[in-house]
Design a protein around this ligand. Structure first.
Ligand SMILES: O=C(O)C(=O)CO
Length: 339
């Protein structure tokens, strides 16, 4: 593919490079970097439409750049230059990008799979243990100067011997299975595509139907991407099918759960506790979750470690580099594979 007709390529930087400075410096040596001056979507669309980013071949974007550009959708892509062929997203979940619209605009999209697996599964295990053990109750009482509180927190439960149901068995789900196995949990999972028998055996994971997963799990962990098929995949009907007193863990995206239905299920005792890292409308958190001491809440910190954030940036930058040097992406998103 003739990428730049011998001219220095241009890269649009949406968001900041915080950690992988040497990898980014290497990109700056082979490309000119353009950054928007806009601070909101309307201004960004205008800036793009005015030709400020003309000639850009690739864009590097962060989760936080959503605050400036909003969703990467048809309207945004129409304003961006036709030269833009690659969008390199820093993150495993790419629900902020309308991949169908990108495909229609002949733009390839990449994400950062595997780089996030350990850190996200680690926080998943933290939330699982914390929710099982009612840690949020004791932690809140202690900070309020009441030691364990005026009424003792209810006794928690051990993970040993409990069934962990994993909904979505990609890299994070598999990583979580491996870790939960060490806590003596029985692993069941539901995934559209069943794992190879050897992988199932290694993880000690049994594939079951969706309804079976709901009915048999003591803890249900959400580890699937957010898209039009998975939005509110767990709602009233699904909570009603679960074991009374089940525990919910969500490190995926808030909107895979109907948050209002989760609040109801917690209030009725159908769900005994929850450990959440993600919310339907971040940074807004449903007041019914904030006020419920049986919910352990973390503000989307699943990958919030120096090592993992660095790995993610390096991965996303390697996609930019490959786009410039080879006219292709290292980790194109599944929807565009084979296109
Ligand atoms: O990689 C992602 O999708 C994240 O949500 C990072 O926390």
């Amino acid at each position: 593919m003739a990428l730049n007709d011998g001219k220095r390529p241009k890269v649009l930087l949406l968001g900041a490079i915080e950690h992988a400075h040497s990898a980014w410096t290497a990109v700056c040596e082979i490309a000119d970097i353009l950054t928007p001056t806009a601070t909101n979507r309307a201004d960004f669309v205008q800036e793009a439409a005015s030709g400020a980013f003309d000639g850009c071949l690739a864009a590097y974007r962060t989760f936080g750049s959503f605050e400036v550009t909003g969703r990467v959708d048809s309207e945004l892509l129409d304003a961006l230059p036709r030269s833009l062929l690659f969008i390199c997203h820093n993150g495993a979940g790419y629900d902020q990008v309308d991949v169908q619209a990108c495909t229609a605009h002949d733009i390839r999209v990449s994400n950062t799979p595997t780089a996030v697996d350990d850190a996200t599964a680690d926080i998943g295990i933290f939330l699982l243990l914390g929710a099982l053990r009612n840690l949020a109750v004791g932690m809140a009482a202690l900070r309020a100067g009441e030691w364990r509180g005026s009424t003792l927190p209810a006794l928690g439960h051990d993970p040993q011997g409990k069934v962990l149901g994993i909904l979505g068995m990609g890299g994070i789900g598999r990583n979580m299975a491996k870790k939960a196995l060490a806590f003596g949990m029985t692993i069941r999972y539901y995934n559209r595509r069943r794992l190879e028998p050897g992988v199932e055996k290694e993880l000690g994971a049994e594939h079951v139907g969706f309804d079976e997963l709901l009915a048999e799990s003591d803890v249900l962990s959400l580890n699937l991407p957010l898209n039009q098929n998975t939005r509110h995949i767990i709602s009233r009907r699904e909570f009603a099918k679960m074991k009374k007193g089940a525990v919910i863990v969500n490190t995926a995206r808030g909107a895979v759960i109907d948050e209002a239905a989760l609040v109801e299920a917690l209030d009725s005792g159908q769900v005994s506790s929850a450990g959440l890292d993600v919310y339907e409308q971040e940074p807004y958190v449903h007041p019914g979750l904030l006020s419920n001491p049986r919910v352990l809440l973390v503000p989307h910190m699943g990958t919030w470690t120096v090592e993992t954030e660095t790995k993610m940036e390096e991965w996303a930058i390697s996609n930019v580099r490959m786009a410039i040097e080879e006219g292709r992406l290292r980790s194109v998103v599944p929807e565009q594979r084979g296109n």
